[in-house]
Design a binder for this molecule. Structure first.
Ligand code: FAD
Ligand code: SIN
Length: 549
């Protein structure tokens, strides 16, 4: 298969880019590959909304920029923060024009929500299902675009580079180039080769590396692992954001239901098992302090009390307003036997968002020529050491647009590595001009005899990451984690070399790589900053730097 524009991922980042490219080039083919159903994405589960400056009487770009920089704890790239905040309103208008709705008051003005770390009310939302609404609108627009096709239930294995032509490719190879991808079609179990002019990775996050996460099962860090294997640059992986308030359900692993921060924005109060509103002991912003602070405070309260959760108290809130703003949470709680007007909600932190990822420049270009990245899989410089709440849908839209501009126009800014030739640009390289890439070679492999080798390794990885590379870290735990991950890597590579590939094996392999990158970044960072807290290095170092692997 050949396509002019190849998009991996059908969340907000991939769909936004695909629509822009397809509208600009009606006679070119845009192909979106996604490993599950089209809407099974982190995007679909987004609740709180999109942070964007809308009310210029009370808010300003400067305030949003400042809030983002404060949350990022010294590591944000200021130029990128300014880009995202200032270009944000136009991108939000675009998705509104494509049909997405946001809540309005009776006067027709947008209702603006509040979340942790924001100095003003600026969160556009659609009840507590903002992401579902945005995904719906984007997929409807995609459906209407004749030159976009979505290939579902196909998992990309690796990007194709000179390595697949038999050349030695290392981290210092100057011009690694992406020619396309290898894909496992889960319907036929065949491995297919897709050659492309320009490829965009929009593969989302990696929450599944941990035992509990707000992320759905697709969030296995595939894009990051692929780029790392292809010898591209990965950055700041140690900054994993734990959302303070996932619904606690005893014994549950995997995806946990989120209780949006907007509930605290509307007045919800965290309490420990003694009933104390403990956040005032940790930060003057109390329940609306940035997430790293709230998650660590909850972790500490749980450790002191020997409990598996704390409580979120909404009993004092206007219940009619609660049901109107949070119908999904209200229904979920009720179905779990929790009446929020009478009962407190049991909550605990869960892995939520990856601030680091594939290093890009301000046009979404990765270190690999013809390969762009945007959305959660990318590290653009916006989030620094901690993402400000509701900045990620915004970032995904702004950078999808920037990737689009850079993919179609040869020179919007210079390339981030001087020795790299600029990405192919405007007219994407005719696919026919790509070198002859050999087909996938499955010689010598056979069906794995026991799935337990895969499922048990995954459990071990999630356990190690949660216990040793979680909210609070120390040197001994990180060393232990690295030794165990090394062993899992060795065993899984051996299995991979001998087995016909399956989605489970591919994802395990990717998650081990991502676990390794998080642990490596955490071990290199000899300080505590933003989301990375190491009790052996409780202060900040004077050297403010990104860790690039
Ligand atoms: P995703 O939406 O996750 O899409 C990734 C896509 O890549 C999927 O289609 C997946 O199938 C595909 N894919 C992955 N690997 C492969 C592969 N190997 N082959 C083929 N396809 C692949 N952010 C906010 O700004 N505001 C919020 O209110 C908010 N709330 C959130 C609530 C929850 C519960 C969660 C989980 C996240 C929330 N976030 C929020 C974060 C935000 O939703 C995500 O960061 C954002 O949606 C990511 O979009 P994306 O397009 O990068 O990736
Ligand atoms: C939430 O609604 O609390 C999540 C918002 C985000 O992750 O940005």
């Amino acid at each position: 298969m050949q396509t002019d524009f190849l998009v991996i991922g059908s969340g907000i980042a991939g769909l936004t880019y695909a629509l822009m490219v397809a509208q600009r080039f009606p006679d070119r083919q845009v192909t979106i590959i996604t490993k599950a159903a089209a809407d099974e994405t982190n995007t679909k589960y987004a609740q709180g909304g999109v942070a964007v400056v809308n009310d210029l009487e009370n808010d300003s770009f400067e305030k949003h920029i400042e809030d983002t920089l404060i949350a990022g704890d010294g590591l944000c790239n200021r130029a990128v923060v300014e880009i995202v905040v200032k270009e944000g309103p136009a991108r939000v208008q675009e998705i509104i024009d494509w049909g997405a709705q946001f809540d309005k008051d009776p006067e027709g003005d947008y209702k603006l929500g509040m979340e942790g770390g924001h100095s003003e009310f600026r969160i556009l939302h659609y009840k507590d299902v903002t992401g579902r609404e945005m995904e719906r609108a984007l997929l409807a627009a995609i459906e209407a675009a004749p030159n976009i096709s979505i290939v579902k239930h196909c998992i990309v294995i690796d990007i194709i580079t000179q390595h697949h032509l038999g050349y030695l490719v290392t981290k210092s190879t100057p011009d690694i180039c992406c020619y396309g991808v290898h894909v496992l079609n889960t319907a036929t179990n065949e491995i297919e080769k897709i050659l492309s002019g320009v490829t965009l990775l929009a593969t989302g996050g990696n929450g599944q590396v941990y035992r509990t996460t707000t992320n759905p099962s697709i969030a296995t860090g595939d894009g990051v692992a692929m780029v790392y294997r292809a010898k591209g640059r990965i950055e700041n992986m140690e900054f994993i954001q734990f959302h303070p308030t996932a619904l606690y359900e005893a014994g549950k692993r995997g995806q946990a239901f989120l209780i949006t921060e907007a509930v605290r924005g509307d007045g919800g109060i965290l309490r420990n098992h003694a009933g104390e509103a403990f956040m005032e002991r940790y930060d003057h912003r109390k329940d609306l302090a940035p997430r790293d602070i709230v998650a660590r405070a909850i972790d500490n309260e749980m450790k002191i009390g020997g409990t598996e959760h704390v409580w979120l108290d909404c009993r004092h809130m206007d219940q009619e307003k609660f049901r109107e703003h949070f119908p999904n949470i209200y229904a979920k709680c009720l179905s779990s036997g929790i009446d929020v007007s009478k009962d407190m909600i049991p909550v605990a932190p869960a892995a939520h968002y990856s601030c680091g990822g594939i290093k890009t420049d301000e046009w979404g270009r990765s270190s690999i020529t013809n390969l762009f990245a945007c959305g959660e899989c990318a590290s653009t410089g916006l989030h620094g050491a901690n993402r400000l709440a509701s900045n990620s849908l915004l970032e995904a839209m702004v950078f999808a647009h920037r990737c689009f501009l850079a993919a179609v126009d040869p020179a919007p800014g210079s390339h981030w590595l001087a020795h790299h030739p600029p990405a192919t640009g405007g007219a994407p390289a005719p696919v026919e001009a790509r070198p002859a890439v050999p087909d996938w070679n499955a010689r010598g492999t056979s069906e794995p005899k026991e799935m337990i080798l895969i499922t048990q390794s995954l459990k071990e990885l999630q356990q190690v990451m949660s216990d040793y590379v979680g909210i609070v870290r120390n040197t001994v735990r990180l060393q232990r984690a690295m030794r165990r991950i090394d062993l899992l890597f060795e065993e899984t590579e051996a299995l991979y070399q001998a087995s016909t590939v399956s989605p489970q094996l591919l994802e395990l392999r990717n998650m081990i790589t991502v676990g390794y990158l998080i642990t490596k970044g955490a071990s290199f960072r000899k300080e505590s900053r933003g989301l990375h807290y190491n009790v052996d290095y409780p202060g900040k170092s004077d050297m403010v730097e990104n860790i690039v692997l």
